[in-house]
Design a protein around this ligand. Structure first.
Ligand code: GLA
Length: 389
């Protein structure tokens, strides 16, 4: 991309700083005009059924008041639906998921879940900490994946909602007992979803423990910015602000090095169609991108659908971004409205630490000690982008 295009892109990205109602004339209806200029976010609660073991599950619907709604269930803290308007005002549900609790209770590819205690893989389900070796559940070939057989994606979280003039929040909490899936320490976890009137969904994670333990929490939504039932995402565009990736072996465990993206299909420093080079990385992208070296909030990625204009910017305090293109979806998942989700039907932008960190001395530490508090934030900013058809 030349300098002129970069400047254009930056100019058009300004849409993210403005409410959708201002950007999209067709969306700015007379009702909105006649009322206060500030839209009011709302939160409502409804039953989402009862688990097989008899625990009631609720669904909270957070609405920004300016076009975005997030429906979150207390089972797995799952973002079940996320709706956003395109440039023509048409609203689509842009995450993969299911209609019923029973489908979530059956095994599924972590659609929209809170993933923990440790998102991604730990080699052979084993690590040593302070001279002791721990054995975790293995649920992905030889490795431990996403917290094990009964990870946080299968817990029923306690929930409390709240509202402010400019935002609504859902605070979810869960206590993972000492020895859960093999991990040491009682871990007290809080995940707070906040939807702002400017169409930003912020996720704040925090946790404390009574024994040293690894922790790596993320949110595992599969996005399809054209709509969850619209087919593959290969024509959607993405920019990832990373100069290197974490190379992995055949079982997706890091080799321990970092690899420059220069001259490779992993170079998304300029926007590219997701599918433009995917055949060179069979079966697809499933890699951690190394974000700029900053503990504070920084831009991780920008993705958009050129047809509808729907766009998503990801900002995070995490050091890595797992870009996963739904390589293992094979149509056997019948999702919302009976939709068959096939390979590449969605993409995940999982903000997290690097895989297998407890066994990799050169990676940033993922060990939480009793004297510390784990804290991370990720923002998903929704908007319209009129760039790059
Ligand atoms: C993550 C992993 C993938 C896959 C999915 C869930 O994104 O990196 O390899 O396991 O979760 O199916």
């Amino acid at each position: 991309m030349n300098g002129r295009c970069s400047r254009n892109l930056i100019a058009r990205l300004l849409v993210f700083t403005l409410p959708l109602s201002i950007l999209c004339g067709c969306y700015m209806n007379s009702r909105a005009l006649s009322q206060s200029p500030r839209p009011s976010p709302t939160v409502t609660k409804e039953s989402f059924g009862i688990t097989k073991s008899g625990i009631p599950v609720d669904q909270y619907i957070l609405s920004s008041g300016s076009g975005v709604t997030a429906s979150i269930i207390t089972y797995g803290g799952i973002i079940r639906s996320l709706t956003a308007p395109g440039r023509d005002g048409r609203v689509e549900d842009i995450v993969l998921g299911y209609d019923s609790l029973g489908q979530y209770e059956a095994r599924h590819p972590y659609f929209g879940t809170i993933t923990g205690r440790f998102a991604n893989r730990i080699a052979k389900g084993s690590f040593s900490l302070d001279g002791k070796t721990y054995t975790l559940a293995t649920n992905n070939g030889p490795n431990h994946l996403h917290g094990g057989i009964n990870g946080f994606d299968r817990a029923v979280w306690k929930a409390e909602s709240s509202a402010k003039p400019d935002s609504v929040s859902l605070q979810l909490s869960h206590v993972s007992p000492d020895g859960d899936e093999g991990y040491p320490g009682t871990l007290d976890v809080t995940v707070t979803y906040t939807l702002f009137s400017n169409n930003t969904l912020r996720i704040d994670y925090s946790a404390t423990t009574d024994k040293a333990t690894p922790i790596n929490l993320t949110s595992h939504s599969y996005f399809n910015l054209k709509g969850h039932a619209s087919g593959d995402v290969l024509n959607q565009k993405i920019q990832i602000y990373a100069r290197s990736i974490v190379p992995v072996d055949g079982t997706l465990i890091p080799t321990g090095d970092l690899q420059s993206v220069d001259g490779t299909p992993f170079d998304f420093r300029n926007p590219e169609a997701i599918g433009s080079r995917i055949s060179q990385v069979e079966p697809g992208y499933d890699h951690t991108f190394v974000l700029q070296d900053s503990a504070g909030l920084k831009k991780a990625a920008l993705a958009w659908d050129p047809d509808s204009g729907r766009a998503l910017e990801v900002v995070t305090s995490q050091p890595g971004l797992q870009f996963y293109t739904g390589n293992f979806l094979d149509g056997s998942e019948k999702g919302k409205d009976g939709t068959a989700y096939n390979k590449y039907s969605g993409f995940c932008l999982e903000t997290q630490h690097f895989p297998d960190s407890p066994n990799q001395r050169s990676f940033p530490s993922t060990i939480l000690r009793p004297s510390d508090t784990y804290q991370h934030s990720t923002l998903f900013k929704f908007g319209i982008l009129d760039y790059g058809n």
